[in-house]
Design a protein around this ligand. Sequence first.
Ligand code: FES
Length: 106
Amino acid sequence: MAKIIYIASDGTTTEVEAQNGISVMQAAVNNGVAGIVAECGGACSCATCHVHVDPAWVGKLPEPQGTEKDMLEFVIDPQPTSRLSCQLRITDELDGLVVRTPISQY
Ligand code: FES
């Protein structure tokens, strides 16, 4: 289990206890977190699960690869810390992960 902290563009914070193995996107959808639409259901083809990872956590995540890397070139409001949350698998090591949802997804 890991606690994932989602911060909306208006500052609203939602903390979710998520089981290992699911994605940061799925944990958000399961708990009704606003700002993560996930239109493609995690197939890495919509980018509506875009998040900005807190800079303190970026180095603890594997680098984006392949399709995620390509899709990140098309997101609205890209930042160096941008990730697709459907590609981030939850592990114990991510306990306390902080991600921010872009205003464009509201
Ligand atoms: S849910 Fe569609 S790209 Fe992540």
